[in-house]
Design a protein around this ligand. Structure first.
Ligand code: GLN
Length: 603
């Protein structure tokens, strides 16, 4: 099946493939040999998938697209402050080869015009052991995920005619914006411009910038993360020379073009895109490239300044522990208590990226709707990326929660948040959301005077099922119930077996496991604690066991078998009815609760 992305790219390709507007760059004679019909489009995602149309494997010279990458190299070599001494970041609004230097200092306006790019190349160290151009070629190769070569003819052609660039270099030298002899710098600049790439190479180079400086194909970090945004900034404001303003307005991406016909654009975090077609407009940008980019930007909604409205979805679910329980099986009385006390615990399940716009929703929800809450559980398991604001905002949130006398519990099993997010703050963490909910429930119950879960040992007479019977009825029931022990690990009831008894869990902990009949996978779905009734549904429904219950620790149960129950039905119908009635009421209450949960948790 042809995929939709490729189809859209092919449509754009088809739309402009016949356009013969523009002309080949002829001030570098060798460039007039290019085939004006060549036209390619490649899109590479920030995780390395390729989509292509047209002449994406035809080699051409990178020319000015190189300027973005040597600028990145200089930033990594010297740091931003040092580089700023020699090249500014202001758009010149002039042609690429303008002699655009600051009148006072002689500093070139930006690194995307020739003056700035030559100054940048001059900043890259050059020595006999570590020749500058070899390092440039090697670094570009890492950006492109393959060994690149350079076009000696194009280089020789530009070197033979590049008087203007030599003049620019000499002017830079006179302002001390270049050190030492200017010729080696200009020659290396010409060589760097003549590095051969394909459309797909450029798209991979762009996707490396989109991927925060790490090549998505090789996993190689080629540029420091903090410098990626600096390179992209000057690309956004200066990358298309004196067309940059219109470009940002219409296409809305940081981009860089070259007179070889290549242009690349970067949508940070998502795509690198490159177009190649050697016919240029009067501003020396590729005609088909600019037109195609405009259409792709519209089709894929690439404009950087069109902010996505994901912030409203930051809270996936928002509920109190009174409405949704953990997966701990608890006696009815405890559940009734929790249906009230659970109001004091607010659970917020987050989703999507955690940035200022999305976290504001969380902060607002807490500020307006949580005054009566004692504990806030923040579940970030489904959250996506964090940015530079996330830690500061979450720390602020934690401090404000503490100042309000509330507790914060965070569950982050996948490590979405940096590990030091809450360091030195009074914040609890839990392994999973269910753990957090259990802990909160346990604390609420203990606070209400209930024995800590799992620690009790109940006698038969203490179960609600028995307590609600009269003394006479109790006396008649007790002889029919057997006390049974199960060692840790032993199965109490088995999935698929006939339901032949119900059990009252007197002491110890048991767990419920469900084996998926389709794939055989086993999921632990609940823990059971003393006071719960086990296996009543199967018994009432006269069906097979729907799950396995296994003793986690040594367990004591009170067992009422189906034959005993049947005997009661014929010999003591009143007692039988009382028992069934109680089981039914309890089941109905659990079902009501399950329905409420299901409606709250529905996506
Ligand atoms: N090598 C070319 C030059 O310096 C690069 C110009 C460009 O691609 N815009 O003139």
């Amino acid at each position: 099946m042809r995929d939709t992305i490729t189809r859209i790219i092919e449509e754009v390709h088809e739309r402009y493939a016949g356009t013969m507007d523009g002309s080949l760059a002829d001030y570098i004679p060798e460039l007039t040999l290019a085939d004006p019909t060549h036209f390619g489009i490649t899109l590479v995602t920030a995780d390395g998938s390729h989509y292509t149309a047209g002449d994406v494997d035809v080699p051409f010279t990178i020319q000015s697209v190189s300027k973005a990458f040597t600028y990145g190299m200089a930033l990594d070599e010297w740091g931003a402050a040092a580089v700023e001494q020699r090249v500014g970041v202001e758009p010149s609004g002039e042609a690429f080869n303008s002699i655009s230097l600051d009148p006072g200092t002689g500093r070139p306006r930006n690194p995307m015009i020739n003056a700035g790019a030559i100054a940048v190349t001059g900043m890259l160290p050059d020595s006999a052991e570590d020749p500058r151009f070899e390092r440039i070629l090697a670094t570009f190769s890492r950006f492109a995920a393959r060994d690149l070569d350079w076009d000696k003819e194009v280089y020789a052609s530009e070197s033979a005619t590049g008087f203007r660039n030599r003049a620019i270099a000499n002017l830079l030298r006179s302002f001390d914006m270049l050190d030492g002899p200017t010729d080696p710098v200009v020659e290396d600049y010409f060589r760097q411009c003549s590095i051969q790439v394909t459309c797909t190479d450029l798209a991979i180079m762009a996707s490396t910038l989109a991927h925060g400086g790490v090549n998505p194909v090789t996993g190689d970090r080629v540029l420091t993360l903090g410098h990626v945004e600096k390179v992209l900034s000057v690309m956004a404001t200066c990358g298309m020379y004196d067309y940059s303003g219109t470009w940002v307005y219409e296409v809305g991406l940081p981009a860089k073009s070259g007179v070889g016909g290549g242009v690349l654009g970067v949508l940070p975090g998502q795509f690198g895109v490159a177009l190649f077609s050697p016919l240029l407009d009067e501003k020396f940008n590729t005609v088909r490239g600019v037109a195609g980019f405009r259409d792709l930007s519209r089709a894929f909604d690439l404009h950087l300044l069109r902010a996505p409205s994901m912030s409203k979805h930051a809270i996936r679910r928002n509920y109190r522990l009174s409405d949704v329980s953990s997966r701990r099986g608890r006696p009815d009385e405890d559940l009734e208590l929790l249906a009230e006390l659970g109001q004091r615990v607010l659970v917020l399940e987050l989703q999507g990226d955690l940035f200022a716009g999305s976290l504001e929703r969380v902060i607002r929800a807490l500020a307006t709707d949580a005054d009566d809450v004692e504990v806030v559980v923040l579940d970030v398991r489904r959250a996506g990326a964090t940015d530079g604001s996330t830690v500061g905002l979450l720390r602020g949130l934690a401090e404000d929660i503490a100042a309000a006398g509330q507790r914060l519990v965070v569950t982050d099993p996948a490590g979405v948040l940096p590990s030091d997010t809450f360091v030195d703050l009074d914040v609890d963490t839990a392994r999973t959301l269910d753990d957090a909910m259990r802990r909160c429930e346990d604390a609420l119950l203990v606070g209400a005077g209930r024995a800590p879960a799992g620690s009790v040992r109940l006698e038969l007479a203490e179960f609600e099922l028995v307590r609600h019977l009269s003394d006479h009825e109790q006396a008649r029931l007790v002889p029919r119930v057997d006390e049974r022990t199960f060692a840790a690990g032993e199965i109490i009831i088995e999935q698929g077996a006939d339901a032949d008894a119900l059990y009252l869990l007197g002491s110890g902990v048991a767990e419920v496991e469900f084996a998926d009949p389709l794939d055989g996978s086993v999921e632990r779905i609940a823990d059971l604690y003393p006071g719960v009734v086990i296996g009543e549904l199967g018994l009432l429904g006269q069906s097979r066991r729907s799950a396995t219950v296994r003793a986690t620790t040594d367990v004591v149960c009170f067992e009422l078998t189906r034959p005993e129950l049947m005997r009661l039905r014929s010999s003591d119908h009143l007692l039988y009815t009382r028992i069934i009635e109680h089981l039914l009421v309890s089941t109905a209450e659990r079902l009501r609760r399950a329905n409420r949960e299901a409606s709250l948790l529905r996506d």
